[in-house]
Design a protein around this ligand. Structure first.
Ligand code: ARG
Length: 591
């Protein structure tokens, strides 16, 4: 469906034109004074300059012209030249009724679907998921869902970190622990064991120990670097160990992402694109883009218009090894071959911005992507604790994602139990659903690039701008609908526009918000901004709450009016359901 604001703008444009002014002045925006009007047009001020007429005269003429409009009920020209408008309520009711009859509540899918890669998650194997991985997973999942809802073909790729130094560290860490394993016997030529030489718990200890050791012991660090290189070059023993690491680590990663309701279409990693690397580097050299610099192979990416220094992108280390940028470039080559995407969206900590600037520039210069391909880096800020510093456990360690989810579950469970008598099993199930909303909404309601404070009590609260509050509102609507439909009263919901009548202010506010749905989703997609959807669901939930407090829906004696209300809140519930699904969580039936 056309956006409501667009339909109104069309009328305003036509009126400008009928009055002899260019229609481009008829731009309409939401009013920033909702107490005075719902929509406004400030075009008369701009037109005044061009036509050398007083803005108020233009505004008056346009307002006069609009007085016959079917979409705009009230229009006022106000000094110095604003045009203030209110929508025709009957027209609004018809619009909402049409929304409720359409798929996706009237949101129009993209006419030309794009192929979009969303690269998110990005965990490094052999390390447990910790809270540093939360934002990429949560924001990426939402971005993926928004793009898909907008009608595009979307491929979510976890892009495992499975090629870099952490591999060498784990292998060398294991050598320290168990030097007798056949993987470390250079004369060994037999088959390597099928069983991994470590459990998940052991693997998770090896990495931090090795990482700590490499910081104190230069010899160990060098050894890990050498091993990383040998692994990248296909060393048989190290590749066998790599497979064990993957077999132990990846199922655990999957399990953790499942808990977050985050799913990837593709589980590829840096190591998958290793075969592309030698040819790619040769190609960069042959194109005259890459050159030697202090033994390494680099591509200059500085551009004249840059206001700060953009260092060259290193594509091969002096020892011949691959770097982070190397694997990202090779990944682009593979993705071009497999999917030919029109658009790439990368989620990573915003401190990686320089890396992505370099990679994108090399990819463009070298013609790895087509001219029109969009390369987007969505950098996110840090999740901090209440002290404003990166979130830590009580004893100062890095908190595991599992722990964060468990803590949130616990907090929510208390509230669910306070709220009502409830069987333990159901309480736990509800708490799981609500906790996910608490965590995800707490994250997504902030603009991605901003840091935010993880405040468990606030996030888990059933009141205020929180995930649980949104769910609570939805549960309330569900319960009204259940009551209405319960028993065979013979009452039926009617169309939202069944009769022409007076509407209350709260009702109109709710109707106007519901009608904004397609507009909001379009902006969230275009700006890759899930927080816009959070803002909207909060306003919508709040508008419903005011409406609910001022009207006794179930006790309403006028059956037609009641039937209209039921249809309206059914639509509101559907809108909320679509929105929270785009944010990556769902609502229970009661809480
Ligand atoms: N593994 C990386 C990290 O831990 C994140 C990967 C982001 N995606 C990418 N294509 N570079 O920081």
């Amino acid at each position: 469906m056309k956006k409501l604001i667009e339909i109104i703008a069309e009328d305003v444009k036509e009126a400008f034109s009928a009055c002899g002014y260019k229609e481009e002045f008829g731009v309409v925006s939401l009013s920033n004074r909702p107490d005075l009007c719902q929509y406004q047009c400030n075009g008369a001020m701009a037109a005044a300059k061009q036509y050398k007429t007083a803005p108020i005269e233009i505004a008056k003429a346009v307002a006069e012209q609009l007085s016959g409009s079917e979409t705009i009920a009230e229009v006022n020209a106000v000094m110095p030249g604003f045009i203030n408008m209110k929508v025709n309520e009957e027209f609004l009711a018809v619009y909402l009724q049409e929304m409720s009859e359409q798929d996706d509540c009237g949101f129009e899918k993209a006419k030309q679907p794009l192929t979009i890669i969303v690269d998110y998650g990005g965990p490094n194997v052999a390390k447990p998921l910790h809270i540093g991985h939360l934002r990429s997973a949560v924001i990426g999942e939402s971005v993926k869902r928004i793009c898909r809802f907008a009608g595009h073909r979307v491929i979510g790729d976890v892009h495992l970190g499975d090629l870099g130094l952490q591999m060498g560290l784990v292998i060398e860490g294991l050598r320290e622990k168990a030097p007798k394993l056949p993987y470390f016997d250079e004369s060994y030529t037999g088959e390597y064991p099928k069983e991994p030489p470590f459990s998940l718990a052991e693997l998770e200890e090896i990495y931090p120990a090795a990482s700590a050791l490499s910081k104190q012991n230069a010899e160990f660090k060098e050894r890990a670097q050498r091993t990383t290189l040998q692994f990248q070059q296909g060393n048989r023993a190290y590749c066998a160990l790599w497979r064990h690491i993957m077999n132990v680590s990846v199922p655990d990663l999957r399990r953790n992402y499942d808990k977050l309701n985050v799913t990837f279409d593709v589980w590829k990693g840096e190591s998958d694109v290793q075969p592309y690397i030698p040819d790619m580097v040769n190609d960069l050299i042959a194109q005259g883009l890459a050159h030697e610099s202090q033994g390494a192979t680099v591509v200059d990416v500085q551009e004249e218009s840059d206001t700060k220094e953009i260092p060259p992108c290193i594509v091969r280390k002096s020892d011949g090894g691959a770097l982070y940028a190397t694997s990202d470039l090779a990944t682009i080559l593979e993705r071009e071959k497999l999917y030919a995407p029109n658009r790439y969206i990368y989620l990573a900590d915003k401190r990686q911005e320089m890396h992505f600037t370099q990679v994108f520039r090399v990819a463009r210069k070298a013609g790895f992507v087509e001219q029109g391909t969009e390369l987007t880096f969505l950098g996110f800020g840090t999740m901090n604790g209440k002290d404003g510093k990166p979130f830590k456990t009580r004893d100062g360690g890095v908190m595991r994602l599992e722990q964060l989810i468990a803590d949130t579950n616990g907090e929510v469970l208390k509230k669910v139990r306070e709220n009502r008598e409830i069987a333990e099993e159901e309480a736990e199930e509800i708490a799981g659903t609500v906790a996910l909303a608490a965590i995800k909404y707490g994250d997504l309601s902030n603009q991605a690039a901003k840091d935010y404070i993880f405040d468990l009590e606030r996030f888990a609260s059933f009141e205020g701008n929180t995930g649980p509050y949104i769910l609570y509102t939805m549960v309330r609507i569900k319960s009204i609908l259940a009551k209405y439909h319960a028993g065979n009263t013979g009452k039926k919901p009617v169309a939202i526009n069944a009769v022409i009548r007076e509407y209350g202010a709260d009702e109109i506010a709710l109707m106007l918000l519901a009608a904004r749905f397609n507009d909001v989703i379009e902006h969230a997609y275009e700006e890759t901004a899930p927080h816009k959807i959070c803002q909207y669901v909060y306003e919508l939930a709040d508008a419903f709450s005011s409406f609910y407090h001022n009207n006794k829906i179930i006790a309403e004696p006028d059956e037609v009016k009641q039937g209209e209300w039921i249809s309206l809140i059914t639509l509101v519930l559907r809108l909320l359901e679509i929105c929270i699904d785009l944010l990556g969580f769902s609502a229970p039936d009661r809480m």
